[in-house]
Every structure is written in structure tokens, then in C-alpha cells.
Design a protein around this ligand. Structure first.
Ligand code: PMP
Length: 333
């Protein structure tokens, strides 16, 4: 009587339909399983197969520890979503999840001379506990966890030490869009934007602060892949974070980067905005319709009739049928 599927802990029986009345509701961990059905519908297009000989070395062929294609994918993603500004002068760095980047950023902002006072790491309650636990655990002589920002709100700029303020927006646990609290040239901020995606919050404007941290854990739901990235304005901060990552793990696992690249490819397929190039074709919507492809007229989007919007974000079956009819149409032409 083994179940045919992997059941939620509260369900049993051969098809997971039997509610187990003695079980408690599990509302504890932050595993983003609500995205699982999306990926189940794209099981084929989101899968990767890695041959035994693939990427055995420490570096990519250009000597780097980061996939250039993945950097490009991340830039494209932010441009499409509009949740972060990346300029030609920005630096991007990968980490084993946001978790590794959080401490790399604390290290990068801390003084590198034992003559300076340790940096004061601060947060605003209620806040994600890892900022505190991680800083205390690594117990560096260059930084110390100093509690809530409210204690320093009035006088941070007069204190002879660097402040490192974590700003989480939307905040974990209360979901609020937050801003930096402390002011002064001695205040450095780490913007943890793990949840700054349209499926968690409205995006009022693209983030443009000095150091932004994102993670695939909350973007696609793949927390186990352990992949995050930071967007950094200052080259010195980027160099110090790079040193930390190189010494800590020699960069992020190449398999994790490959998987992240594949997942972003799927995320980046949004809609297809198709143009029938030949003038004589006229109404593109009608041409596709005659080929059994139902799209949406360009005129609905205030564009010409030569444009059609095709949805690519439905099920794998819908996508396969679409590709099949498109292929037939192209062959007829
Ligand atoms: N920042 C916040 C606010 C989080 O909630 C989490 C995960 N719960 C993380 C960072 C850690 O993300 P990752 O899985 O990429 O290490």
C-alpha cells in the first residue's frame, strides 16, 4: 500500500487524498513550495542533464568563477521585471544563496585595520534572524552585532564607527516595504531584496541602492539550489566580497549555476510578441488563427495588426501544441 506520489505530511493513502487527523498544520519553514505547480507544468523545458565530463575544472574557460551567460540572464531579468537598476558600471557577484552573500557584504563593509573600532551591525525589529545569528557566529573582530537601529537613530553619524544596517524589503516577517533608518557617511546599507519580486509585492520603483542582494530561493522557489547574487556599485566593495567568496568556497558550484541558468531561461519566456514581417500578410492574428493558433490581436495593445501576443506561460502541453502548429505553418510557407 505504498502511496504513488509523495504526500504532504497531513495526507496519506494511495493517492494522498486521506487527511490524517492527528497532524499539525506546518506553517514554520520558508520553503517556497507554492511555486511547485509552475515547475511541474514545465518539467521538460526546465530540466537539465549534466554529462560526467562537463565543467570538471574550478573555472570557466575565461578563468572566471561565474558564468557569463548567467550574468547576462540576470541583467535581462531585472530589466524585464523593473525591480533593480543595473548600469554598465555595476558589479554582479554570485553566492551560495543570499545567506553567503549577507556575510560577505558584512565583511566587505567592515574596517580592514585592527586600529579601527569594529563595525556595528544593526537591524530593525521584527527582522530576519540570520543577520544577528550569522554575525555572532562568525564572531569577527572587525564587526559586532549591536541590536536594533532605533537605539542609534539620533546619533549614528556622531559615533566613531562604521554602521552596517540591514534593510529587508519586503520585510521578513511582516512584508512591509522598508527604507534605511540610519543616516551619516559612516552608515553602509545591505539591501536584502530576497522578496522584491512581483509575485510577493508591488514594485513601486527599481531598487538603486549601493548593495542589493537577491536569491533564486524566492524568485523561482529553488531554495535547495543555493544560488543568490548581489548587485554592487562600488568596485572596492565588490573586490572585498569577491575575496571572501573565493576564499570561502571558490565561488558557486558550477552545477548550481547551470541549473539557475536553465530556470531563468524559463522565467524569461514570458509572452511572445510576434510580428508578421511581410506587408502583404496584413492581419497576423487571422493568419495564425487559420493555422489553428489562438493569440491576441496586436490592436488590443494599441499596436498594429501585424503583431500578435502569444502566451507561453500556460502548461507544457499547451506549449507543445503551439510549437507543433507553428512548425507546420513555417513548413507550409
Ligand atoms: N533573506 C531573507 C529575508 C530570507 O527570508 C531568506 C530565506 N528565508 C534569505 C535571505 C536566505 O536566502 P537563501 O536561501 O538564498 O540563502
Amino acid at each position: 500500500n505504498q502511496p504513488l506520489c509523495e504526500c504532504n505530511t497531513c495526507y496519506g493513502g494511495p493517492n494522498c487524498s486521506l487527511f490524517l487527523s492527528n497532524c499539525s498544520a506546518d506553517a514554520e519553514s520558508g520553503d517556497p513550495y507554492f511555486l511547485e505547480p509552475f515547475w511541474m507544468g514545465r518539467a521538460g523545458s526546465s530540466g537539465i542533464l549534466v554529462s560526467g565530463w562537463h565543467r570538471m575544472g574550478y573555472t570557466y574557460s575565461d578563468g572566471s568563477l561565474m558564468s557569463e551567460m548567467l550574468v547576462k540572464g540576470i541583467k535581462k531579468l531585472h530589466q524585464l521585471v523593473g525591480n533593480a537598476i543595473i548600469t554598465n558600471a555595476s558589479f554582479i557577484i554570485f553566492g551560495s544563496g543570499a545567506t553567503q552573500l549577507l556575510n560577505a557584504a558584512v565583511y566587505a563593509f567592515s574596517p580592514n585595520s585592527s586600529l579601527d573600532s569594529p563595525a556595528k551591525v544593526v537591524t530593525t525589529a521584527p527582522c530576519y534572524p540570520v543577520y544577528r545569528t550569522q554575525t555572532q557566529f562568525f564572531n569577527s573582530r572587525d564587526n559586532r552585532y549591536e541590536g536594533d537601529t532605533s537605539i542609534w537613530k539620533q546619533n549614528a553619524s556622531r559615533v566613531n564607527a562604521t554602521f552596517i544596517e540591514f534593510v529587508t524589503s519586503p520585510n521578513n516577517p511582516d512584508g512591509k516595504l522598508t527604507k534605511q533608518i540610519l543616516n551619516g557617511s559612516n552608515v553602509k546599507t545591505i539591501h536584502d531584496l530576497a522578496y522584491y519580486w512581483p509575485h510577493f509585492t508591488a514594485i513601486p520603483s527599481p531598487a538603486d541602492e549601493d548593495l542589493l542582494i537577491f536569491t533564486i530561493s524566492k524568485l523561482t522557489g529553488h531554495a535547495g539550489t543555493r544560488f543568490g547574487w548581489a548587485i554592487i556599485k562600488d568596485e572596492g566593495v565588490y573586490q572585498r566580497m569577491s575575496s571572501y567568496l573565493n576564499l570561502n568556497t571558490i565561488g558557486v558550484s558550477r552545477e548550481a549555476q547551470l541549473r539557475a541558468l536553465k530556470l531563468l531561461d524559463v522565467v524569461l519566456e514570458a509572452y511572445a510578441w510576434v510580428k508578421c514581417e511581410r506587408e502583404e500578410d496584413g492581419n497576423c492574428y487571422e493568419i495564425l488563427k487559420a493555422a489553428k493558433i489562438e493569440g491576441r490581436e496586436g490592436s488590443l495593445y494599441s499596436a498594429e495588426d501585424r503583431y500578435v501576443r502569444l502566451s507561453l506561460i500556460k502548461t507544457q502541453d499547451d506549449f507543445d501544441i503551439l510549437i507543433n502548429y507553428l512548425t507546420k505553418l513555417v513548413h507550409q510557407e
